[in-house]
Design a protein around this ligand. Structure first.
Ligand code: ADP
Ligand code: ADP
Length: 228
């Protein structure tokens, strides 16, 4: 079965309030990149909360690798995901400290592998790429922070990598480099990104457009452009 299946999923924040997510059906395959885009208020964050099980649906069903969420614990759901949000802070210390922060058991080889995966081993990243390199206080750029956050997430070997506006505040070159890392991750597992601009998800395999809690349309970037 696919890694995630949503069937007619609905959620509201209270009785009498409109549905923030309204009968959404969606399949996320084991590999590849699915992007969810839509204007502010479309229901994207609510959908992420449902996937991560921070929120229970009022209707419909979510399945993880074929098993209904209702038959799993919250921890069993969350351990299959890694989550990167906008503008993740770094912890004081070295690059290695930042990676080991959530993975104290990771060995040096694994840490080097993820540094390379997000191109933090490249001098062009502005970081020397040594695990014992201290992060200069207060001068870690947004791009460097997002690479570190992505490295930390990839270190979990997640079946699903969720990115919430993870490149929204970056310049074009940095964004392109992070997109390349995301594409490589999408060869190993599922990647789901959420964004409000279509231009940040041009290379996704499928783009799902949400509006007022519903899926309005879906397709590749060129399919969506050809339709409008
Ligand atoms: P997006 O992430 O696409 O901007 P959201 O999922 O945050 O959209 O919001 C979808 C709808 O749910 C909006 O109408 C929003 O006002 C409403 N909403 C979101 N969070 C809450 C909340 N905690 N309480 C009440 N309404 C909420
Ligand atoms: P479990 O359900 O197995 O406890 P958690 O989701 O709570 O799994 O995560 C296990 C560890 O990984 C925790 O220390 C948590 O802080 C960390 N973690 C979770 N998500 C991320 C992420 N996206 N990036 C880095 N560390 C994470």
């Amino acid at each position: 079965p696919p890694i995630l299946e949503l069937r007619d999923v609905s959620a509201a924040y209270g009785p009498g309030l409109p549905r923030a997510v309204d009968r959404v059906s969606l399949t996320i395959p084991r590999r590849g990149h699915v992007a969810i885009v839509g204007p502010s208020g479309a229901g994207k964050t609510t959908l992420l909360s449902l996937l991560l099980r921070f929120l229970e649906p009022q209707g419909g069903e979510l399945r993880l690798a074929g098993t209904p969420y209702s038959a799993l614990t919250h921890a069993q759901v969350r351990e299959r995901f890694a989550y990167v949000e906008q503008d993740t802070p770094v912890v004081p210390g070295t690059i290695g400290d930042n990676l080991r922060f959530s993975h104290p058991q990771a060995d040096e080889d694994e840490l080097r592998r993820v540094l390379a995966a997000v191109r933090l081993d490249d001098p062009a990243s502005g970081i020397a790429g040594r695990l014992d390199e201290p992060l200069a206080n207060g001068s870690v750029s947004g791009g460097q922070r997002q690479r570190i956050a992505l490295a930390r997430a990839i270190l979990r070997n997640p079946e699903v990598l969720l990115l919430d506006e993870a490149t929204a505040q970056l310049d074009g070159l940095t964004e392109a480099s992070i997109h390349a890392s995301v594409r490589r991750q999408a060869e190993q597992g599922a990647v789901v990104t959420v964004a409000h601009r279509l231009s940040t998800v041009v290379d996704a395999d499928v783009i799902v457009v949400m509006e007022a809690g519903r899926i309005r349309t879906r397709g590749t970037h060129s399919e969506l452009l050809a339709r409008d």
